[in-house]
Write a protein that binds this ligand. Sequence first.
Ligand SMILES: C[S@@+](CC[C@H](N)C(=O)[O-])C[C@H]1O[C@@H](n2cnc3c(N)ncnc32)[C@H](O)[C@@H]1O
Length: 252
Amino acid sequence: MTEQKQTFADQKRKTVETAEFTEDGRYKRKVRSFVLRTGRLSEYQRNMMNENWSEYGLEHQAEFFDFEKIYGNSNPVVLEIGFGMGKSLVEMAEQNPDKNYLGIEVHTPGVGACLAYALEKNIKNLRVICHDATEILRDCIADESLGGLQLFFPDPWHKAKHHKRRIVQPHFVETVAKKLTVGGFIHFATDWENYAEHMLEVLQSVQRAVGIHNISKTNDYIPRPDFRPLTKFEARGNKLGHGVWDLYFIKD
Ligand SMILES: C[S@@+](CC[C@H](N)C(=O)[O-])C[C@H]1O[C@@H](n2cnc3c(N)ncnc32)[C@H](O)[C@@H]1O
């Protein structure tokens, strides 16, 4: 039987998190906001990753990224966590050439699809990372270096016993706020009302301490902004009759 060759793209799936150990050498089990789906990496997505990683891909590293060097300019960098198949991220990069985009996604078929679309559109102001975003934020992003953070339709983890897996937690927002420049934004969107309420509660609980404010006139949600392209999960939610909640905060 012929064994299929494990290419860079196939291996990537195994390195989306960094193994960490306690002082006495035991593996530290972490609460993750994702479960790696077994979804098949198509031949096309695999090739896209293998052939275009040097142009678009960045790796987890133990020092901060030098964005000027990476993008070749000093435009603001907008970080998107969990871009899914990446279509809306590529559209935003195309519509905003005066910004740099950095997308993080652990799902390799999504990363492959995003690269394919970026290549088709000849996008230059985009880089992608296939790694747990919380580790990237902690290890690779300098304080006061981001123009914005967007998180669209994160996994809602519906059951109460799984709420601890939700990526939006006080510590997460504190970390994100530190990474933003003054005037930088935090933009969350969800189609799950209970997660929207949770996001608002978390943001409000830390807003004074971290120096961010809500731009909503009603001090909760903003109307769906036109500049946010429809995402795959949003379209799915629309079909199921779900509502949409957008939250938008600015760093003071
Ligand atoms: C429900 S999907 C939404 C995808 C896309 N934003 C959309 O609206 O179509 C959430 C995505 O976040 C990714 N994700 C969850 N936790 C993550 C993490 N810690 N780092 C990177 N990606 C993550 C998942 O792999 C998944 O693709």
